[in-house]
Design a protein around this ligand. Structure first.
Ligand code: NAD
Length: 336
């Protein structure tokens, strides 16, 4: 059997600083996994002229899972070749169509499953002769079926509740979406399904987010609702994400950017990168126990050790080390 391999793409700005903590933690939890690093983004442009070098792409396609730091550097803001092109190229090459964005705080524990490679961001666009500019929201039934199935599968493994968000009172694509959800539901009798219009979903998320388990929705609705869910559960700086394909390697990354304003100062909070590592362990490598242990260790470390964005004075390395110490404590408890 081929060896399990994780490719880490440290990226730009604070990327290498938070990626270092993720790598040390991963090596501690699953020492049998082979970990290698490749270049992506600005770092790759400086070394090779390309934001997604062939060597990086080949390594990612051959990997079991990919852990990515943020990319982006003001140095390339006005350039033709930009770091972010590497990220979009990678998502397309891996066909990571299912974007998972968990939000957890207090009584809120929800997961947004967003369609990532279709809809308004990918449909026909242009300018008509009279000057009208248009973007088109398009979905093929197959694109909807696979993301809806993902939503049901994930709900089945959690608390068994799925909220499908659409705008079926106005949009044809939403009516297709709703029909496919209803056709899929009988195959998952253990999952309780409800439909919710997107405007109502935004209001419910802002006021009573604790009612949700899994939300499945199309690309643009998911883009907006997942940022809202992150905002009501502690902010974007702490938010992880997973982007999954069918069978191929998943892409796991923090939601935040490369934070050039604090790069190199040791002030970066590694939490989102470490929570992305937990998602990688669970969804990328099938190590649910280790993922749970890491989540618990992050929660416990954050009780005592806070980086400047959380009002503390700890460095990136100190918070990373505290998480690994908590893992050792947890391990000792399990063994005793
Ligand atoms: P940003 O998320 O990098 O930073 C916004 C603010 O949040 C800054 O004040 C930053 O210091 C702070 N911040 C972000 N992450 C933090 C962390 N882990 N710990 C502590 N503070 C943190 O967003 P931006 O400034 O709009 O973008 C900077 C660059 O990142 C741009 O080039 C952008 O294109 C890129 N970007 C990349 C990704 C990605 O790789 N997926 C996502 C978003 C932005």
């Amino acid at each position: 059997m081929p060896r399990t391999t994780v490719v880490i793409l440290p990226g730009d700005g604070i990327g290498p600083e938070v990626a270092r903590e993720a790598r040390l933690t991963l090596e501690l939890l699953v020492p049998e996994v082979e970990v290698r690093e490749e270049l992506l983004g600005g770092a790759a442009i400086r070394a090779t002229g390309e934001p997604l070098p062939q060597q990086t792409l080949d390594a990612c396609l051959a990997a079991t899972a990919v852990l990515k730091g943020p990319v982006g550097d003001p140095e390339f803001d006005a350039a033709d070749v930009r770091p972010e092109q590497g990220l979009l190229g990678l998502r397309t090459a891996l066909d990571t169509y299912a974007n998972l964005r968990p939000s957890v705080l207090g009584d809120v524990d929800l997961l947004i499953v967003r369609e990532l490679v279709g809809g308004l961001y990918f449909g026909a666009r242009g300018t008509r002769e009279d000057g009208t500019v248009f973007d088109t929201c398009e979905y093929h039934p197959r694109q909807v079926e696979r993301i809806v199935r993902r939503g049901f599968e994930l709900a089945r493994r959690r608390r068994g509740r799925l909220t499908s968000v659409d705008k079926a009172n106005v949009l044809e694509t939403s009516r297709l979406w709703r029909r496919i959800v209803d056709e899929t539901a009988p195959r998952y009798p253990d999952v309780q399904v409800e439909h919710m219009l997107v405007d109502n979903a935004a209001m419910q998320l802002a006021t009573t987010a604790g009612q949700f388990d899994v939300i499945v929705t199309e690309n643009m609705f998911g883009d907006i609702l997942s940022d809202l869910a992150a905002a009501v559960t502690g902010g974007l700086g702490l938010a992880p994400s997973a982007s999954l394909s069918d069978g191929g390697p998943g892409l796991f990354e923090p939601v935040h950017g490369s934070a050039p304003d604090i790069a190199g100062t040791g002030r970066a909070n590694p939490t989102a990168m470490l929570r992305s590592t937990a998602l990688l362990l669970e969804h990328g490598l099938g190590h649910a126990d280790e993922a749970g242990a890491l989540e618990r260790a992050i929660d416990a470390a954050l009780e005592q050790v806070k980086t400047p964005d959380l009002g503390g004075t700890a460095t990136t390395e100190q918070l990373g080390a505290a998480v690994r110490e908590q893992l050792a404590v947890d391990d000792a408890r399990v063994l005793s």
